[in-house]
Design a protein around this ligand. Structure first.
Ligand code: ATP
Ligand code: MG
Length: 283
């Protein structure tokens, strides 16, 4: 999303926190690892997402969604939100990395049964989020954070949408080409509206990324006109059962796409006996 990345902290952050380093960010703001300045107790390091006050609406929106999801185990926790005339800031729990960076390292890859368990938790979190009628719309490895223990947490709710205020019983029809084109489900561009199944599609691509260790649709131009017709997934190392799940999650027709409930019953996501392996490359 970023064109010119915003890298500055803010006077508020500098006066209340010791800023330890920049974790990431894009066009609208930056995330800094920061430690609260206090004389009374040992402060933990937190992640502070700072946005210019001109983008206060975006930050307010993200804070609102995070508060709604507060308490869901697989969602990054919001500790505090600050707003002044210069900046807005979301203070969050600090994670070790994002999934893109974690899997981009050349260290030992995830053990496959471990990966299946972490992915199952991610699917359960997205399912719980959908039950609260929130659709993320920008699921991708950069927006999935990894804790020190290797758990996956959902983050970056900047373009998430809360559909709970629509008239009771009316079908979900979301509009808007938002998020990241590479992870878009085809129905996002068809113009007829879409629903929470766009998140299922993106989750399928995230699983592809986790197993194949490469971005989906590499070689296709995600900005090209024919992108949606031509693209296909090339498998080199995913187990056959996982390939089947990925294909069902990335089914082009949203009506035929597997539901999260059914995905959780898929053989590849059935609970394995030995799932306590340590993920050595990210801790
Ligand atoms: N709580 C956190 N702990 C650790 N790292 C984080 C945390 N939050 C964000 N990050 C890092 O900062 C990056 C950017 O954060 P985020 O996705 O929230 O911003 P962004 O909205 O993508 O920026 P933009 O939309 O402006 O491009 C993440 O991909 C991740 O690497
Ligand atoms: Mg992001």
């Amino acid at each position: 999303m970023a064109s010119a990345e915003v890298e500055s902290t803010s006077a508020w952050l500098e006066s209340h926190y010791q800023v330890l380093g920049r974790l990431g960010g894009g066009a609208y703001g930056s995330v800094f690892a920061s430690k609260r300045k206090t004389k009374f107790f040992h402060a933990k390091t937190e992640a502070c997402k700072v946005m210019d006050s001109r983008n206060a609406n975006l930050c307010d929106h993200e804070g609102k969604i995070m508060r709604k999801l507060h308490g869901l185990e697989g969602v990054v926790s919001l500790h505090k939100a600050h707003k002044d005339s210069e900046c807005t800031c979301l203070v969050m729990e600090l994670c070790a990395s994002d999934l893109m960076a974690a899997l981009g390292t050349e260290l030992t890859p995830y053990h496959v049964p471990t990966l299946a368990n972490h992915f199952r938790h991610l699917v359960q979190t997205v399912q719980a989020m959908h039950r609260l009628e929130v659709v993320h719309r920008d699921l991708k490895p950069e927006n999935i954070l990894v804790t020190k223990k290797g758990e996956l947490k959902l983050a970056d709710f900047g373009v998430a949408v809360d559909c709970s205020s629509r008239p009771r019983g009316s079908p979900l029809r979301i509009q808007g080409e938002v998020g990241t084109r590479r992870y878009w489900a085809p129905e996002i561009v068809s113009g007829g509206g879409y629903d929470e199944k766009v998140d299922v599609f993106a989750l399928g691509l995230i699983l592809y990324f986790m197993l194949e260790m490469k971005r989906p649709f590499d070689g296709f131009d995600p900005h090209g006109e024919c992108f949606f017709e031509e693209r296909r997934l090339v498998f080199e190392q995913s187990p056959k059962a996982a390939q089947d799940l990925i294909m069902k999650m990335t089914e082009k027709d949203p009506w035929r796409r597997i539901t999260l409930e059914a995905a959780l019953k898929h053989p590849w996501l059935q609970r394995r006996k030995h799932f306590d392996f340590v993920i050595t490359h990210i801790v």
